[in-house]
Design a protein around this ligand. Structure first.
Ligand SMILES: [Zn+2]
Length: 364
């Protein structure tokens, strides 16, 4: 590829991203203005067969994005956050440079633009001297490489181990690691990092800014929205559920959840806990009420064990999800998008973690 075509494809990519971010900003602006969007359903084309979902509650949206496709805002004092409507990062401006927490690739170079904008205004140095990783996943830290080789990267020991295995040049392994707790002090500012065991991922940490009563914990609580599919594709579901309580024990007033377009308040944490508890109760009830007989009757004679399992599990999942979708559809964004997947994962966790095996328990 010549330099010229590289530049062209770079331009196309920027144009595409700009269009995509404007599209993302539209509902945000509409929500702010209290307007309804005409003609949001496409009549024809490749999108024609895609499902329709319930409108997203207006309270789920965050602030409108600027023309570069991001929003940067002050949380409190020297603490700021950046979003592109899908992902979030947080940064502290200190006397000695910037401490950035996460570098989501979708925000990418807009992280630098956001930091420059803020530091130009508050007169603090704009160089990112420290980068903290919430966890190893590429969707949250995959733009780490744009901050060069001189930045000090801080993360959990497990994050370093995982990143060394991944070998992704865009995610250099942390040079400073810790096991349980680490206090990061830079230029008069403080972040308290803590690992409370596995939850969404083995290495996911809690990042607390005590001076600003702000907690950043990623892929656990999704302010305004149901959790990402399959309960945030967590490696340990019981621990991910417990992580909600751990998060709520911190005396935060602002939560940076790492996803979507707005910050969280404590009521968001309470509401998601309620969603998870309701889903657990509904899944238990569905597991007790769905009769497995027809699935064994139909597929047993064919010897297709997977067909029995799939159709029965699907029936339980469907039954578990239905009342939860009904209850949360006006309260949380995406209730009708991901609750089915979340119910499946809850059911599987009740089976394999809690040992609630239903018809697959100890044979009498
Ligand atoms: Zn993740």
């Amino acid at each position: 590829m010549t330099d010229e075509s590289a530049e062209t494809s770079g331009t196309n990519r920027r144009t595409f991203l700009k269009r995509a971010s404007i599209a993302a900003a539209v509902p945000t602006a509409a929500a702010v203005l209290g307007a309804t969007l005409p003609g949001t359903a496409f009549a024809a084309g490749p999108a024609a067969g895609l499902p329709d979902y319930a409108p997203v509650p207006s309270g789920s949206f965050g602030p409108a994005l600027n023309e570069d496709g991001y929003f940067v805002g002050q949380i409190k004092g020297n603490l700021y956050w950046v979003t592109d409507g899908s992902y979030q990062a947080m940064f502290l401006t200190t006397r000695d440079g910037v401490v950035l927490v996460d570098a989501p690739p979708t925000i990418g170079h807009n992280l630098k633009r956001a930091i420059d904008k803020v530091t130009e205004a508050n007169g603090r140095p704009s160089t990112v001297t420290h980068l903290v990783y919430s966890h190893s996943h590429a969707d949250h830290i995959g733009a780490a490489s744009i901050f060069g080789k001189d930045v000090t990267i801080v993360g959990h020991g497990e994050t370093r181990r995982l990143l060394r295995l991944d070998g992704d040049v865009n995610r250099p392994a942390p040079s400073v690691t810790f096991t349980d707790r680490y206090t990061l002090r830079v230029g008069g500012e403080t972040l308290e990092l803590a690992h409370h065991g596995a939850n969404h991922s083995p290495d996911n940490i809690f990042i607390y800014a005590p001076a600003y009563a702000t907690l950043m914990v990623v892929d656990v609580i999704y302010p305004g929205w149901v959790p990402f599919r399959n309960l945030a594709v967590s490696v340990d579901i019981p621990a991910w559920i417990k992580a909600h309580d751990i998060a709520m024990k911190y005396p935060w007033t602002t939560l940076v959840g790492g996803h979507l377009g707005r910050l969280g308040v404590r009521a968001d944490g309470d509401l998601q806990k309620q969603y998870v508890n309701d889903l657990m109760a509904s899944t238990r009830a569905a597991s007790a009420s769905v009769d497995p007989t027809p699935y064994f009757e139909k597929y047993g004679p064919t010897g297709n064990g997977w067909a029995i399992t799939k159709t029965y599990f699907d029936a339980v999942t469907e039954e578990a999800a239905r009342p939860i979708i009904e209850k949360y559809i006006g309260l949380l964004g995406g209730a009708d998008v991901f609750t089915y997947d979340n119910a499946f994962t809850m059911y599987e966790s009740l089976r394999i973690d809690a040992g609630e095996l239903g018809p697959f328990g100890i044979k009498p």
